[in-house]
Design a protein. Structure first.
Length: 284
């Protein structure tokens, strides 16, 4: 046993920094939190003690779908009721617009442009609440809502530009939408937590997702499809492509359902982010 520990320690020291030989960095260990010399151990960076003692089971092995789903359920039990309450608080007034405008084209336009704002607001709120819980602090609805408004409304505006560009070719959103669902799981949490800028997050997400993409992309895609389907219906209304499909988004009940469909996907992406964050250092 002693020989195995020594071998693990020696192997870890051989690969430091960016995979090259050199002096290890002195930073907080992602596993135990102690400020010590860090060593690359496989794809993880751990302190010498964690490598030698082979501890912190959560820091070893591959991320599984079961881990991600169970983590999402645990987070939902903690903050899910508040997320649903805020979602309804913003989506119900959006649905009432259709009643006031008597299901007219004006109402469809308000839905098409207003629903992404609700999406980003709920997304930002959920991540800030979830990250607060993961950090062992008491989640505060007002504080998290402020973070969501401050950091995510600009993203909603950017999304509107995307909608205007592709509205005429609605079907083209399907494949990019699925890909975007996977990238959001890694990029967006870093942006809202302030750990990195948007450009560096795009680079970081590719490195951190390596080895997990084939496993997690189907799960994220399946959870994204209900939300994406309603979004496509809304864009079909905006582009006036099909009268039959266009009738669906003008239903006030669909307006309420629309942001609710994103909640399972958001909690799964938050859980995946938490698992990845425990295994990789985030470079700002």
């Amino acid at each position: 046993m002693a020989k195995k520990k020594k071998s693990a320690k020696k192997s870890a020291k051989k690969s430091t920094g960016n995979g090259r030989s050199g002096d290890p960095n002195t930073e907080p260990c992602p596993a135990c939190g102690e400020t010590r010399e860090l060593y690359w151990h496989g794809r993880r960076v751990l302190c010498e003690s964690c490598v030698d003692n082979n501890t912190h089971e959560a820091e070893r092995g591959e991320i599984t779908i079961r881990e991600v789903v169970s983590g999402a359920l645990a987070l939902f039990r903690e903050v899910g009721s508040r997320v649903i309450a805020v979602t309804l608080a913003f989506s119900i007034p959006l649905a009432l617009v259709h009643v006031v405008f008597d299901l007219s084209d004006d109402a469809a336009m308000i839905f098409a442009f207003g629903s992404p704002f609700v999406f980003y607001l709920v997304y930002g709120l959920t991540f800030d609440l979830g990250l607060t819980v993961l950090d062992g602090e008491t989640p505060k609805l007002g504080s998290s809502l402020g973070v969501a408004v401050r950091k995510f409304l600009p993203l909603a505006l950017a999304n509107q530009l995307q909608i205007l560009i592709v509205a005429i070719h609605t079907v083209l959103l399907i494949v990019p939408g699925i890909i975007k669902a996977a990238s959001y799981a890694l990029v967006m949490p870093l942006v809202i937590s302030g750990e990195a800028g948007a450009i560096s997050c795009l680079h970081e997400s590719g490195r951190r997702m390596h080895g997990y993409r084939a496993k997690m992309l189907p799960l994220l895609a399946v959870l994204w499809l209900p939300f994406l389907a309603i979004q496509v219906y809304g864009l079909a209304t905006l582009a006036n492509l099909d009268a039959g499909i266009a009738d669906a988004p003008t239903n006030p009940f669909v307006d309420i359902l629309f942001p609710l469909t994103e909640i399972p996907w958001i909690f799964v992406t938050l859980s995946l982010h938490a698992k990845l964050r425990a295994r990789f250092r985030i470079r700002a």
